[in-house]
Design a protein around this ligand. Structure first.
Ligand code: GLA
Length: 491
């Protein structure tokens, strides 16, 4: 009942005057019938465990089926979770189907068993922006439960990543890294997440300590990877921090000095019998985008930390990502940092993100265009209807998850207006027309797309509203219109 009321208020926001509608919802409600919102491709290495919760929205109960599943995989038809492992490398086309009282739908999933994982940017949740150093297993579980109950998991969000501050102050007698008393059982947490079709992420540093002053992996790398493997870890964020103390002792620091600890970890991860998505975090130093892929990164942070201030979104999103498109692609993504949406606070008490509704539409739109990992930073147990609506637009997510994996770049700058665009795998294009100025602007869409280098623009869709584009549009200050259209290629 409460949920319905929140949805109604959020949708009404879109038609009320701005004073009454700070957080207005643009994404139309999902239909009751099943709809596939997930990636078209999934990568895994031969023999590695696969856990994939089928991202279908629609009313429950829902029954799932999967035809042509390769040998070694099975489907839990009531929960919609595919698990198992595939030994034989190759491309498998799996035919998915979901059915409920309102209808049924089919979808195709291409399973690529080979060397490359993270064929589309990883999606999920990370504890840092909400809990900072105050994270606990209970809080992580609360967000994981909410990921499912809120329906976010039906849109492909699947990683539950513990950031800094899970480590105990001392290793055990065998040198094994221990969780602290806020984390009674990380292996149990991993098992529970896997049972839900979700994946577990962990955090460490190549230095002796982490940014938060907790134990890092220096000189214990092999032992730590073994521990994480035993716990069922699926994702590692490896954060430079404490390693800088060592770098400071060198007479001159080269790119090679930065690369070394990351390659060491890559080699250890490659030996594990499971796929561990490797997130390199060193704030973009030494042009990480030029070597992150070689160092084994499935993603690498390109900048310092994002916070919930418009200036940071502007700097990190619009200034620092320019020219990086060529370095990203399936299996290796530029990472402009986690989403600063919902209830954040970095461990100092939760509060609503300070970004306005329009700034949040801009944030999510730009991240989708940038093929950025979509890691939600807000506490999901307190997810509000606006944030849920913002994060569950399957047409926006499809841009981020497009299998071609071509990151957008800035194609036009015209006063306060910027147009960022990218080609999509079906031959069409996605573009965001952003208003970075302080006043609302009326914009002729076709004119701006032409200015950005597209010609012969055909059918055009407004992705947030999920309807055909208007000819002209009023774009609020710090706001956006996100488009998908057919055209001749941009310059
Ligand atoms: C650094 C990273 C953050 C977070 C903290 C943890 O600042 O950039 O994303 O992981 O460390 O201490």
């Amino acid at each position: 009942m409460l949920k319905r009321l929140l949805i109604l208020l959020c949708l009404l926001g879109g038609v009320l005057p701005v004073a009454f509608a700070q957080n207005y919802c643009l994404t139309p409600p999902a239909p009751a019938a099943p709809r596939y919102n997930g990636p078209a491709v999934l990568g895994a290495r031969p023999g590695s465990p696969i856990i994939f919760r089928l991202p279908f929205s629609g009313e429950r109960p829902m029954k799932f089926s999967a035809r042509r599943l390769p040998k070694g995989l099975s489907l839990n038809a009531a929960e919609g979770i595919i698990s198992g492992s595939v030994k034989k490398p190759g491309e498998y086309v799996v035919k998915l189907k979901a059915k409920n009282a309102s209808g049924s739908v089919k979808a195709k999933l291409i399973l690529k068993i080979g060397d490359t994982i993270a064929l589309t940017p990883p999606m999920g949740w990370n504890s840092w922006n909400c809990w900072g150093l105050e994270v606990s297993q209970e809080k992580v579980m609360a967000s994981a439960r909410a990921l499912i109950s809120s329906g976010l998991a039906d849109y492909g969000y699947c990683y539950i990543n513990i950031d800094d501050a899970w480590q105990a102050p001392d290793r055990d007698a065998d040198g094994k890294l221990q969780p602290n008393d806020r984390f009674p059982d990380i292996a149990g947490l991993g098992e529970w997440l896997h049972g839900q079709g979700l994946r577990l992420g962990i955090y460490s540093s190549p230095g002796a300590t982490t940014c938060g002053g907790y134990l890092g992996s220096l000189d214990y790398e092999e032992k730590d990877v073994q521990t994480w493997n035993d716990w069922g870890v699926d994702y590692l964020k490896y954060d430079l921090c404490g390693y800088r103390a060592y770098l400071k002792t060198l007479p001159e620091v080269t790119q090679a000095d930065h690369i070394k600890p990351y390659v060491k970890m890559k080699e250890l991860l490659a030996l594990q019998p499971r796929d561990i998505c490797y997130s390199i975090c060193q704030y973009g130093l030494m042009e990480v985008w030029t070597w992150g892929r070689e160092a084994g990164g499935n993603l690498w942070r390109t900048t310092g930390d994002l916070t919930d201030k418009w200036e940071r979104v502007h700097r990190i999103g619009f200034q620092k990502q320019r020219g990086l498109a060529g370095y990203s692609g399936p299996g290796h993504w530029n990472d402009p940092d986690m989403l600063v949406v919902g209830k954040v606070g970095w461990g100092e008490g939760l509060r609503d993100t300070r970004l306005t509704a329009d700034e949040q539409y801009t944030h999510v739109s730009l991240w989708a265009l940038l093929a950025a990992p979509l890691m939600i930073g807000g506490d999901l147990s307190l997810l509000d209807e606006f944030t849920r609506n913002l994060l569950c637009n399957h047409e926006i997510i499809a841009v981020d998850q497009d299998p071609l994996g071509k990151q957008a770049d800035c194609l036009l700058e015209d006063g306060a207006i910027q147009v960022w665009g990218r080609p999509l795998c079906d031959g069409s294009f996605a573009a965001g027309i952003f208003n970075l100025g302080e006043e609302a602007l009326s914009v002729d869409i076709i004119e701006k797309l032409k200015g950005a280098g597209w010609s012969g623009i055909g059918s055009c869709r407004d992705l947030w509203r999920q309807k055909p584009c208007p000819q002209t549009v009023n774009i609020p200050s710090h706001g956006v219109i996100m488009l998908k259209f057919n055209a001749m290629g941009a310059k």
